[in-house]
Write a protein that binds this ligand. Structure first.
Ligand SMILES: *[C@@H]1O[C@H](CO)[C@@H](O)[C@H](O)[C@H]1NC(C)=O
Ligand SMILES: *[C@@H]1O[C@H](CO)[C@@H](O)[C@H](O)[C@H]1NC(C)=O
Ligand SMILES: *[C@@H]1O[C@H](CO)[C@@H](O)[C@H](O)[C@H]1NC(C)=O
Ligand SMILES: *[C@@H]1O[C@H](CO)[C@@H](O)[C@H](O)[C@H]1NC(C)=O
Ligand SMILES: *[C@@H]1O[C@H](CO)[C@@H](O)[C@H](O)[C@H]1NC(C)=O
Ligand SMILES: *[C@@H]1O[C@H](CO)[C@@H](O)[C@H](O)[C@H]1NC(C)=O
Ligand SMILES: *[C@@H]1O[C@H](CO)[C@@H](O)[C@H](O)[C@H]1NC(C)=O
Ligand SMILES: *[C@@H]1O[C@H](CO)[C@@H](O)[C@H](O)[C@H]1NC(C)=O
Ligand SMILES: *[C@@H]1O[C@H](CO)[C@@H](O)[C@H](O)[C@H]1NC(C)=O
Ligand SMILES: *[C@@H]1O[C@H](CO)[C@@H](O)[C@H](O)[C@H]1NC(C)=O
Length: 338
């Protein structure tokens, strides 16, 4: 209880103008303070204690770790509408933590539910495959000083921090869509998304620092590197867009990325690689986008090859939409190879 109170105090205390990264240290904080992220499978969809939008900010749902070792091949859909705590489905391969992460919601009213599809046998298509997940949300437009309500995301649990010099690849495999309404779709209708004024991005968030411990701290790390695969609406702009503009471009396995740089409100150096076009399917080695920065290292705001990667997550920053929208991630694999 005491810990949960601290988490909430942290949420309220988040300074304006911070970015995605700063926002979600909460998983990390939870782990840092010795509390594992919670996982509470609900075998009857929608009926679990963790569903429903009325949970409020103190995250009283859940309560009690993994339910453990079932060995059949059942598939379970669980829904989580809480504001801030993460769930870590057990896996025989790489472990991930998923979090609705409604960090900007201060009145306790959930505007988002996150669905996670877990396998009872804890064995996903590959050793690095994540459970399929989606987030359905709707928020009104917030003040310019704090336009983001949530960053529903999935975070890599294993193998971090790691020295960049020990990494050989970060193989990333992704399929996502955004759809108007409460259901998922295999295709994307951007004019329908424009029709509900969707403002959101789809982004990877990484943190790096010369100090391994600090590299895992999303508010304390010196460098943040984001990779955006989608950007909807004018409220969703990259840091540095209006000052330096595009400072580099890189073609990674057929996808064109533009690089932006600026400092966030927390004085961290933020690099954003944004795809030239909305990219819902991507396969490639993200280490190349990091090396493009460390290799240049022409100014002290660039990370260097001796730094550590301490945090890696993928999700969508939710600004606003006039109707419910559903962000769906049916395929995701993050293979950090060292
Ligand atoms: C999420 O789960 C709820 C409860 O099972 C279900 O009603 C809803 O259709 C699911 N949404 C998506 C997008 O799968
Ligand atoms: C685990 O369960 C999933 C979902 O039913 C199934 O596709 C997969 O083949 C199973 N894996 C093993 C090793 O049994
Ligand atoms: C995932 O978590 C389980 C349980 O904590 C652990 O045994 C396993 O080694 C972890 N997987 C990896 C790849 O670290
Ligand atoms: C759509 O999803 C939201 C959040 O997940 C939920 O509050 C709302 O009741 C759903 N609407 C319908 C029509 O299912
Ligand atoms: C998956 O992990 C298991 C246990 O760690 C290992 O034996 C197996 O070789 C791995 N499979 C692949 C394709 O890497
Ligand atoms: C790394 O950072 C941690 C946390 O800020 C600090 O306690 C530690 O002394 C630092 N290590 C080095 C070598 O500077
Ligand atoms: C993370 O860094 C911030 C800013 O330097 C610091 O205030 C906070 O105590 C650090 N958190 C942890 C868990 O070390
Ligand atoms: C950059 O700012 C301009 C002007 O506000 C805007 O039209 C454009 O969409 C922004 N681009 C990015 C990548 O943020
Ligand atoms: C490049 O993308 C293709 C699919 O477009 C994929 O099959 C291939 O594995 C990718 N290459 C790398 C090095 O990731
Ligand atoms: C980084 O180095 C490459 C190759 O030398 C160059 O094309 C690019 O403009 C540099 N980018 C930055 C941001 O300095």
């Amino acid at each position: 209880m005491a810990f949960r109170w601290i988490v909430n105090a942290g949420l309220v205390a988040i300074p304006v103008g911070t970015t995605l990264g700063v926002l979600f240290g909460i998983d990390a904080q939870r782990q840092a303070s010795g509390e594992p992220p919670l996982f509470t499978p609900t075998s009857t969809p929608g009926s679990g204690g963790s569903s429903g939008g009325s949970g409020g900010g103190d995250s009283t749902g859940g309560g009690g770790g993994s339910s453990g070792s079932v060995s059949d091949n059942g598939i379970v859909n669980s829904q989580y509408c809480q504001l801030s705590y993460g769930v870590s489905p057990p896996s025989k391969g790489e472990n991930y933590t998923l979090n609705p992460n409604q960090w900007g919601v201060e009145d306790g009213v959930s505007g988002l539910c996150l669905n996670v599809t877990t396998f009872n046998n804890e064995t996903y298509p590959t050793n690095t495959s994540a459970p399929a997940w989606s987030a359905t949300w709707k928020y009104a437009q917030g003040p310019e000083t704090q336009p983001v309500w949530a960053f529903p995301n999935i975070m890599v649990d294993d193998g971090l921090p790691v020295a960049l010099s020990d990494l050989s690849a970060i193989d990333f495999d992704l399929l996502w869509t955004y759809t108007v309404g409460n259901t998922t779709s295999t295709s994307m209708d951007t004019s329908a998304l424009d029709g509900v004024s969707l403002n959101a991005n789809v982004a990877i968030d990484m943190f790096l620092d010369a100090n391994a411990t600090k590299s895992s701290n999303s508010s304390g790390a010196e460098y943040e590197i984001m990779v955006w695969f989608g950007r909807f609406g004018d409220s969703t702009y990259t840091i540095g867009n209006t000052t330096l503009g595009v400072i580099d471009t890189y073609n990674l396995n057929g996808t064109e990325f533009d690089l932006y740089y600026g400092k966030n409100g927390n004085d961290q150096n933020v690099f954003t690689w944004l795809t030239a076009e909305t990219t819902s399917r991507f396969t490639g080695d993200l280490l190349k986008l990091i090396t493009e920065l460390t290799m240049n290292n022409t100014a002290d705001y660039y990370p260097s090859g001796t730094d550590y990667l301490g945090y890696f997550s993928f999700g969508s920053e939710a600004y606003f939409a006039d109707d419910y929208v559903t962000f769906n991630v049916p395929e995701l694999s993050i293979d950090i190879q060292s």
